[in-house]
Design a protein around this ligand. Structure first.
Ligand code: 1HN
Length: 354
């Protein structure tokens, strides 16, 4: 119950508006809320519904002309903003045999998760990796990157980027690699054969590797075969976590922390019949179902997933996973953005509406 004269305060607000100030007591409730007020909604992008439109995109534009031939996802709460959670973007990229997506770099970090096809490659800061389904590839801030496809089939992957965050920070930059005579905009390949994995991903590192920035993981491609086998092994020895099943984080081996300064990434195995407990956290999560079927309840929304579906759980939304069959979920989140500032919170939720 306001003790002040609301009409007078509104008159004051109007009078001082030309001076570009406002009475804080009229707006404080909307600025400092008891808990996060999250505009984004839980949502699932169906692979079966989207995949044919990637073929149509291929009929309309070449990869080189598009720069990146991507159907980028928008949270229904944002329609015109290419964001699936507050700080994250996701999209499906398709590249045809023989095509090239030219070299560029930007202040946004990116990840890729291969969904269809084997044999496309990406080159990041001179290292080339040939990608297979389920492989998780990092493209850190300001690294030169381009893609190509030497196989005889289309290749599709999920792109995940932090550019909504970079925009919020007013810190976006990009540049294009210089065009060589003949019109080719491509960096030279200096290393291949999973060079960075053998240098840094085996519990070893070159003894001069302190020269490498710890800001992001030096590993380019985290192979699905490796991560999947690690999960399988874990599931034979350990009980599943009641919320996450068996879950592994992809890490930066130089720090033990997240792969990128703004994004972390996970692979989890849920056994058939798994009924996870509910929790919520302040980071937003983007999931990809890689194997099996199940459903994730997020708030009042039930997201029923099957292979290659992409879905999001926004900040502070209670959620729980259920698996009909043995299932594998990949996910990435923006938790690393919140942690350094003490903003990250996570809690169990005892009761969820059906
Ligand atoms: C980008 O550079 C890629 O390099 C993919 O493959 C998606 C979405 C927005 C901005 C830059 C890529 C992107 C992107």
């Amino acid at each position: 119950m306001a003790t002040y004269d609301l009409a007078k305060s509104k008159a004051l607000a109007e009078a001082v508006a030309p001076l570009n100030v406002t009475p804080l007591w009229l707006v404080l409730g909307g600025l400092i809320t008891d808990t996060p007020e999250v505009p984004e909604v839980p949502y699932l992008w169906s692979w079966k519904a989207l995949r044919p439109w990637l073929d149509e995109a291929c009929r309309q534009i070449r990869a080189e002309e598009a720069e990146r031939r991507v159907l980028t996802m928008t949270n229904p709460a944002h329609r015109h903003l290419a964001a699936v959670t507050h700080y994250l973007n996701a999209g499906l990229q398709i590249i045809l045999p023989g095509e090239i997506a030219p070299t560029h770099r930007h202040a946004a970090n990116a990840i890729r998760l291969i969904l269809e096809g084997d044999g496309a490659y990406t080159v990041v800061n001179g290292e080339k990796t040939v990608m297979r389904r389920g492989d998780f590839v990092t493209t850190p801030i300001w690294s030169w990157h381009d893609h190509g496809n030497d196989s005889d089939r289309p290749v599709v992957w999920l792109d995940g980027l932090d550019f909504p965050f970079v925009h919020t920070a007013n810190a976006m930059f990009k540049s294009e690699y210089p065009t060589a005579p003949g019109g080719i905009r491509r960096q030279p390949v200096e290393r291949d054969g999973d060079d960075s994995f053998y240098r840094y991903g085996q519990g070893l590192r070159p003894s001069n590797s302190a020269l490498t920035t710890p800001l992001y993981s030096p590993i380019l491609n985290y192979r699905y075969t490796t991560a999947r086998a690690a999960l399988e092994r874990l599931s034979r020895t350990d009980p599943p976590d009641p919320i996450e099943g068996w879950r592994l984080e992809y890490i930066n081996p130089l720090t033990g922390g997240p792969v990128l300064p703004t994004m972390d990434a996970f692979l989890q195995l849920l056994p058939a019949g798994f009924e996870g407990q509910a929790h919520r956290h302040t980071h937003g999560s983007v999931y990809v179902a890689l194997e099996g079927t199940g459903q994730t309840q997020a708030g009042n929304t039930v997201l029923a997933w099957e292979p290659n579906d992409v879905f999001v759980v926004p900040s502070w939304t209670p959620h729980r996973h259920r698996a009909a069959t043995d299932a594998v979920l990949f996910s990435f989140t923006d938790a690393p953005i919140q942690r350094p500032f003490g903003l990250h919170r996570e809690e169990r939720v005892e009761e969820m509406l059906e």
